[in-house]
Design a protein around this ligand. Sequence first.
Ligand SMILES: [Zn+2]
Length: 307
Amino acid sequence: MRYVIKRDEDKTVRLASEATLAALTLIVNTRNLTLISDAVYRETYNTPDGRRSRVEDQLSIAYQYKCAYCERLTKADIEHYRPKKGISEEAGHLGYYWLCYEWSNLIPSCITCNRDGAKHNQFPILGPRVAGPSFLTDGQLDLALCRAHTAPLLDEMPYLLHPEIDHPEDFFEFVLDPNGEGIRITGIDGQLRGQRTIEICLLNRLELRLDRAESVISNFKDGIHGLLVQLQAGEIDQLQFKAQLLQCIHLLHTLTLREEKTHTYLRKYIVRTPQNFRDIVIPYLDPQAADIVSEAFLLYQERGVLG
Ligand SMILES: [Zn+2]
């Protein structure tokens, strides 16, 4: 998960239209949830390469074609952050039907993060549950109070973090899986919002743990291994080895700025402190490289720049 800025002006023309507002008003006034239409919140169209969604296209601008929760490149589905039809935790609640077309409630999620058994209709909260929409004095739906960023919705204090509101560094760290099956994400905040988000979206499922290691560490590991082989074969000397080692570490830092890469937050985490680097990256390297790579990492951080 990473923090995302999604612009209001990137909403599709249809979502922003008067026709959609009229359709939403009818849903709100009748509470007829069968009127909620994926033609509006998804807006699919056909291409020679398969079906696409105009809403997803727009969400992809902000989310860089990544799932909002697991941060892998994916064919995302449109996920309603607050479930539009019923909430797993509250049988009597109709769901947040008035947010079915609300831009701040639409998030791109991979099918695995959003499936039944993962996020689906779960929406546990710490604060008071909002029972229904707010209205203006003229009886119209108060659209300003439909935004996830403002009260009363914000006061619900959802356990599930919102990528456009919450910053992952306040909620998550990473550790190696004790059984050698990749990298686990862990919750760190006292309210357990990070931990519950991990549980809701199954963010420690096996394929994700393995993918974190493969996507973020593997190239660096191979680079260091290659340098060691060259050094041992006498193809490079110690000085060249150290210079190229610093280049590899520089690349790790550079990749943290590439928001289009998978697992951006993990990339930032592993180079944030020497301790994080030692805990997450070093165990993947050839044992004989551990000390020299740790020293080079410290040297790189002290210099602040390469060279
Ligand atoms: Zn996902």
